[in-house]
Design a protein around this ligand. Structure first.
Ligand SMILES: *Cc1c(COP(=O)(O)O)cnc(C)c1O
Length: 456
């Protein structure tokens, strides 16, 4: 078994339950607060935005949450996803390390995001909802929810960050093919969008603004709920199918990771691969090193402040304690659109504080260089976001080479980059530049964090 390149599970081995790490943490994460009262939010506060089943998952401390059969049935189309041993990459790097990667680009939308989109669409449908509103940056989440909406017969409205709407017409076309409506954000269809356009008619948009617009639509329409593609506990929960499968597949390879690497935007694909392994460690098993890789131009985990902040620019969401660059911070326009978010999942942020994971940041050109090395060895062209994970894994493999250690590295290849070829063209032509965020803007955004007294 151990010398294969590709490790496949049977369809019947798709996990029957998601793994909830909240059951195993030594200390619970701080509560989410109502921005007016600064008291912990209850299920009723969230009910206008999410179906009750997802709200209950958000606060659940049960270790295992059953995956509904209709969701598993859809998963069956591309799950279990393959685990590969990157033998040709190992050879190209001359490393004694063993490199494994879990490939989530085999889903219809091309990334890990349908793992949660399908579940969210299912629970909304089950509670009689007919419309979903959401935001998208580069379009990965929007196309995943559009796909899930098509399967479950839900109308999907997507607010797409305007720069991406203009620059990435193919993701938009994919969403529209699945039957979703896609609007550039800021738009004139919401009060918040209009207020942004009034100040700056050419505003390029940001994820924080698009979230405000999508939340406003859900909050003001009874038949519409909001769906978020990352950050929240229930999203991370759904993504644990990745790590649960990987544990079985690593066993087929007679291996167990010493290091696990993933890229972090809002933290969901990283949590997806890492949480089941971290949980096994918390319950007395081996404790691999866990490395989160983020873009140096939007470094929430490595440079952000661990503080209560809003999830959106319009300040319509509750306050969550997380590593944040400030909700008014607009990251520069680098290519990994899925990693351009001012905050980080509160659960991952809390776990970083507990010392359960490490974080590093890299610039985009070094990540594309790693992605090209990977593509030339393994044949799969990673998404710009996934290039950060590839870079992190290659760095670990080169460390092993320097130290003469035959460690086992596992990383999540969260999506393919077939819709991102302009980024590769720019890289090949030497046009890709490493953008630094504006230090002054960061300082201002952090100075503007809401003031929340420490609990006694
Ligand atoms: C959305 C996206 C990300 C970032 O989101 P996470 O929640 O941090 O996983 C990373 N990679 C790809 C391919 C994405 O589509």
């Amino acid at each position: 078994m151990g010398d294969k390149v590709k490790y496949l599970l049977e369809e019947s081995q798709i996990p029957k339950r998601w793994y909830n790490i909240q059951a195993d943490l030594p200390k619970p994460a701080p509560p989410v607060l109502h921005p007016g009262t600064l008291q912990p939010v209850g299920p009723d506060d969230l009910a206008p935005l999410f179906p009750m089943a997802l709200i209950m998952q958000e606060v659940s401390t049960e270790r295992e949450v059953e995956i509904p059969e209709p969701v598993r049935e859809v998963y069956r189309q591309w799950r279990p996803s393959p685990l590969f041993r990157a033998r040709r990459l190992e050879k190209a790097l001359g490393t004694p390390a063993k490199i494994f990667y879990k490939y989530e680009g085999v889903s219809p939308a091309g990334s890990h995001k349908p793992n949660t989109a399908v579940a969210q669409a299912f629970y909304n449908k089950q509670e009689g909802i007919t419309k979903l509103s959401t935001e998208t940056g580069a379009g990965q989440w929007g196309s995943s929810l559009a796909f899930a909406g098509a399967l479950f017969g839900l109308e999907v409205k997507v607010f797409m960050v305007r720069v991406s709407y203009d620059q990435k017409p193919y993701r938009r076309a994919l969403m529209e093919t699945y039957g979703a409506r896609c609007l550039p954000s800021p738009s004139d269809t919401t009060q918040f969008g209009r207020s942004v356009l009034e100040k700056d008619p050419k505003h390029p948009g940001s994820l924080g603004i698009a979230i405000s617009e999508a939340v406003e639509i859900a909050a003001t329409n009874d038949d519409t709920k909001y769906a978020l593609g990352s950050v929240l506990n229930h999203v991370l929960l759904h993504q644990t199918v990745i790590g649960l499968e990987a544990i079985e597949q690593m066993a087929m390879a007679d291996a167990y990771p010493d290091v696990i690497v993933g890229c972090t935007g809002g933290g969901s694909n990283f949590a997806g691969i890492a949480f089941p392994f971290i949980g096994a460690g918390l319950r007395g098993g081996a404790k691999p090193r866990i490395v989160a890789v983020e873009p140096a131009a939007c470094p929430s985990l490595t440079r952000g402040k661990y503080a209560y902040d809003f999830g959106d620019t319009g300040h319509m969401t509750p306050l969550a304690k997380m590593h944040t660059l400030g909700s008014t911070f607009t990251p520069p326009g680098f290519h990994a659109g899925g990693l351009r978010y001012h905050g980080m999942s509160p659960l991952l942020s809390h776990m970083k504080e507990l010392g359960l994971l490490e974080a590093v940041a890299y610039h985009q050109t070094e990540c594309f260089k790693a992605g090209v090395t990977f593509a030339r060895a393994e044949g799969i062209l990673p998404a710009p976001e996934a290039n950060h994970a590839v870079k992190g894994a290659i760095e670990e493999a080169l460390r092993c080479k320097r130290e003469g250690k035959a460690e086992t590295i596992l990383f999540n290849l969260c999506g393919h980059g077939h819709f991102d070829m302009q980024a590769y063209i720019d890289y090949t032509q030497g046009k890709l530049v490493d953008q630094n965020y504006d230090e002054k803007e960061l300082a201002m955004a952090l100075a503007g964090l809401p003031s929340v007294p420490e609990p006694a």
